[in-house]
Every structure is written in C-alpha cells, then in structure tokens.
Design a protein around this ligand. Structure first.
Ligand SMILES: Nc1ncnc2c1ncn2[C@@H]1O[C@H](COP(=O)(O)OP(=O)(O)OP(=O)(O)O)[C@@H](O)[C@H]1O
Ligand SMILES: [Mg+2]
Length: 505
C-alpha cells in the first residue's frame, strides 16, 4: 500500500465510523470531523474545522472550567476520560451526549491529538427520566393513598409503610422497621393463616388475596376491623416479600350498624303504627260501654251506705274503669287526625291554658314552677286543643320524672333567624338513660308501672308537633334532669322584621 492509499484508507475508516467523532489538537482546536459528526450536527467541515470545541459546542471564547472538562483531564493524565453533556439541537430539543476523549500519544509520550467520540445517550437518559418520573409518581400514589399499604420482606419484617398505614397501625415507619413484624399486626396465628391463603392457588390465584375482612392489631393492642388485599412479591419463583393493602372498616361498620338500627326502628315504627290503628279501633269500640260502667258504678256507689261491704269492690270497679278510660282517651288522641294551622295562638296563652287543663292540682303540691317567658310576641298557628295536649304530656312526664318533687321550668324564646317559636320544658328528675333515648317517642314505650302509663304521650306529642310543622326533641338529659325542646314555625306579623335569636328576657 503506498502513502496515498494509506491516507485514503484512514479517511474512509474515519468517515465510516458510526459514532460522531472529532480530532482535536491539545490546544482544543478541531482539526477533523467525520461524516457522521457532520450529519449529526448538520454542519459542513468548514464550519467545524479550525474552531475550538468550546466555541463550537457552547459558543464560548474561553475554555470550559477545568473540573467539568474531560478533554482537559485527558491532556493532563494522557488517559481516556468521558463526560455526559446536554446539548441543544437547535430545534428546541435537548440531547444527552457522552463525550469520550482518547489521547493519541507520540513516541516521546506527548499528547499530539485527542479523538473525541460522541455517543448519543438521549434514549437511555429519556428512559432513565421516565423511569424516575414513574417511580416518583408511584411513590406519590402510595404516599397519598387513603388505603394503608405495608410491604414486608420474606421474614415479615416491615420495609415500607405509607402515612395511612402509620395512622392505622399506630406505628411510625421508623418504629416499625426492624422492631415490628407482619405477625405483630395480626391477632395470634392470623398472619400464618393469611400466608397460607396467599400461597393457595385455589383462593384468588397464587400469591394473591382479594378483599378479606379480618382484624388487625394496632400499636395500642386494639383489634381494628379491616379489609385486606395482599400479594406475595416474587423474583422469578422465589418469594421475596409481601405487599398488603388495608382499608379501615371502623367507620363503614359503624354506618352499617346505624343503618341496621334505623331499619329496625322503621320496621318497629310501622308495626307500632298498625298496632296503634288496631288499638285505636278497639278503644273506640269500648269507649261507650266503658262510659256506662264508669257512670253506673259511680251512681250505685253514691247510693250505698258508707259501711256497706260491697262498697270496696264497687269502688275498685269504678277506679279501674276510670283507668281504662284514661287509656282509651290516650289511644284515641294518638290515632286522631290532626287539623293543623287553624288558629293563630300565643304560646304563653297556650301554656296557661294547658296548665289549667291538668286537673290533678295535687300533682303540683311539692313542685316549684319557674316560668322564664320571652317578652316578645310568640305567635304560632295550630289547633289549640292538640297543642295543649303536647304541653300537658310534657309537663305530666316532667312531674312523673321528678316523682312530684322538684322544679319544673317552662321557658320560651324566639329563634328569629330560623323563624321559630321555642318552648322548653325542664325538670329536675333522674333523666332518660342513653339507651332509651331512641325509643321514647315510639308508641307504647313506657317505663312506668302497669296501669300508670300507656306510652302514648310522647308519640302523640311528636305526631301533633310534626303535623303542625314543628319539631320536638330531648335537648338535654342527665342525672340533674331533662329538657324537652319544642319548636314551632313562628307566625310573624307584617310589621315585625327583626333578626337574631332572643333568649328569655
Ligand atoms: N321528663 C322525662 N324524664 C325522664 N323520662 C322521661 C321523661 N319524659 C318521658 N320519659 C320516658 O319516656 C317514656 C315514654 O313517655 P310517654 O309520655 O310517651 O309515655 P308515658 O309517660 O310512659 O305514658 P303516658 O304518657 O301514655 O301516660 C316514659 O315512660 C319515660 O320512661
Ligand atoms: Mg307521658
């Protein structure tokens, strides 16, 4: 091969390299660029050769700082060096180049030239970035998930817990790592059962467990009902750990319980309503004969001598018949159709009228009656007799609760913002037990001795109040007494236009 051929071959080899390549002098001036380089950077040889590399790549007059320049290091130690650099393509895109510098050393050991090969790292870097973005995203999902997620290694040692898991278990990840094992998170023996099911191909597939209700044990040793989904993490065929997702069921179970109770109450109320209808029908039928029994027994009683031996039995008939009469009256009141909104009434007048209706004056003998009445107009619309019955029922209940000894407070006020006229009946009795609060408005619920109460007072009152557009509830109850609150839509006259709530003045 002659000299000419040798030079041609070198040029051909240089140009046929699939990697963009430059040849630089130690003074960083580019002396040659191969065809792949010109193609990649879309330049002619004349645009490259003669320029320094910092000028060509970064349009800098001065060389790049020594610590970031791999060429400088190559010149220094005569070894190959590389550096990954970001280059703008001129089309708004960025490319990642791995620039590898290799020295060409002469026989004296001096670096005469440096070959720079440029490897495009963009696909790798893009993948890396996508992977890291995906990882970050997954991390964010795990961190923000409301499901508690716990990863453990093959031996059940906790490796990862998200904040929801920390809250559910009561352990922080720091505490759990190394100290807590998956077994500690379940009642004794339960973790082993879970692993057995996980490995069983017939249940949810091998290495998987779908939504199962189970108890877990938190840091305070309390059992927490949860829904568990879990999976074994495999590397090839080898088990390397588990991933478990827990959903706290406490709130859900609470709602389910409330819903169950509500359905029971509805069923009970329906049963009571039809029972009420039946009872009312019977009461209606026996009302007439009962009136006869009361009337005639009294009549005969009045004609008997004081020492007549029959007197005692007849008096018992008379008293019992009167008690039956009371029951009948209550039943009829409960089943009576309301006729709301007939009159405009002042609550205070209604209150006085109702108190006068309580004929048993002895009932008030040891009762201190306190009236805290609003000075404002307290007008409501309704049926006077029905509304009086509500007040009578509440007052009678209050007197019974106090065993006829204590303070009865009657309080009225306006809730102008809600346009309500409010009446409170408070007693100093023993209160209503918490477990009875949900049933006191049920028809026939009574805690009074047989023959003393029919359990229709509050149900009748509630029926009347709601039919008159109002609301009745226990405002507070406890050992020092009970307060019932009745609210009616306030009847506001045209010239009244105040706002705000007025407490009794
Ligand atoms: N002020 C109160 N303090 C304590 N318990 C009360 C009070 N008011 C009502 N209760 C409880 O609610 C139950 C139901 O009351 P309700 O007025 O419906 O029936 P009753 O008073 O038992 O019988 P009736 O009113 O038909 O004569 C009462 O038996 C009592 O247990
Ligand atoms: Mg009552």
């Amino acid at each position: 091969m002659d000299i000419m051929d040798e030079a041609n071959l070198k040029t051909k080899v240089f140009d046929s390299l699939s990697v963009p390549t430059l040849i630089l002098k130690p003074n960083k001036i580019i002396v040659d660029a191969n065809a792949r380089f010109l193609e990649r950077f879309r330049v002619s040889k004349a645009q490259v050769v003669g320029k320094t590399c910092h000028d060509f790549f970064y349009h800098l007059r001065e060389p790049c700082p020594h610590e970031t320049c791999a060429l400088a290091r190559t010149l220094e130690d005569r070894q190959g060096h590389s550096a990954v650099k970001i280059v703008a393509t001129g089309e708004g895109e960025e490319k990642w180049d791995n620039r590898v510098f290799s020295p060409i050393v002469d026989e004296t050991g001096e670096v005469r030239y440096v070959v720079e090969c440029i490897h495009d790292m963009t696909p790798v870097k893009t993948l890396e970035r996508e992977l890291s973005d995906a990882r970050e995203f997954t991390q964010k999902i795990i961190l923000s998930s409301t499901c508690a997620m716990i990863a453990a290694d093959r031996k059940g040692r906790i490796l990862m817990m998200n904040p929801a898991a920390e809250e559910l278990t009561g352990y922080s990840l720091k505490e759990a790592r190394g100290k807590v094992t998956a077994e500690d998170l379940y009642p004794p023996g339960e973790a082993k059962k879970v692993m057995k099911i996980l490995r069983d191909e017939r249940i949810g597939g091998k290495g998987k467990l779908n939504c199962t209700r189970i108890s877990m044990v938190n840091a305070r040793g309390e059992d927490v009902p949860v829904e568990l989904s879990a999976a074994i993490i495999y590397e090839g065929d080898k088990e390397v750990g588990t991933m478990s997702v827990f959903n706290d069921l406490r709130e859900k179970l609470q709602h389910e319980k409330q819903m169950e109770q509500m359905l029971l109450r509805i069923a009970r109320a329906e049963k009571m309503a039809s029972l009420g209808q039946l009872a009312a029908g019977v009461a209606h039928e026996i009302n007439n004969p009962l009136t006869g029994i009361i009337f005639f027994s009294k009549l005969v009683l009045d004609t008997l001598e004081k020492d007549d031996p029959r007197r005692e039995n007849l008096a018992a008939i008379f008293e019992d018949a009167k008690r039956c009469g009371k029951i009948v009256t209550n039943l009829l009141a409960y089943s009576r159709q309301a006729n709301p909104g007939t009159e405009v009434l002042h609550i205070h007048t209604l209150l006085e009228h109702s108190l006068n209706l309580i004929r048993d004056r002895k009932a008030f003998m040891h009762i201190r009656v306190v009236k805290e009445l609003s000075r404002e107009m307290m007008l409501i619309r309704g049926d006077r007799d029905q509304l009086s019955q509500v007040i009578v029922n509440l007052v009678m209940n209050a007197l019974d609760a106090m065993d006829r000894r204590g303070t009865l407070t009657l309080r009225t006020f306006r809730d102008k913002s809600a346009k309500k006229a409010c009446l409170e009946v408070s007693d100093t009795g023993g209160g209503i037990p918490a477990d009875k609060l949900s049933v006191i408005f049920d028809p026939f619920f009574t805690t009074k001795k047989p023959g003393k109460g029919t359990g229709l007072g509050l149900s009748t009152a509630q029926k009347i109040v709601t039919e008159n557009g109002g609301n009745i509830r226990v405002k507070e109850t406890g050992r020092s007494g009970t307060t019932f609150l009745v609210e009616f839509p306030l009847f506001v006259t045209a010239d009244e236009d105040h706002a705000g709530r007025c407490e009794p003045s």
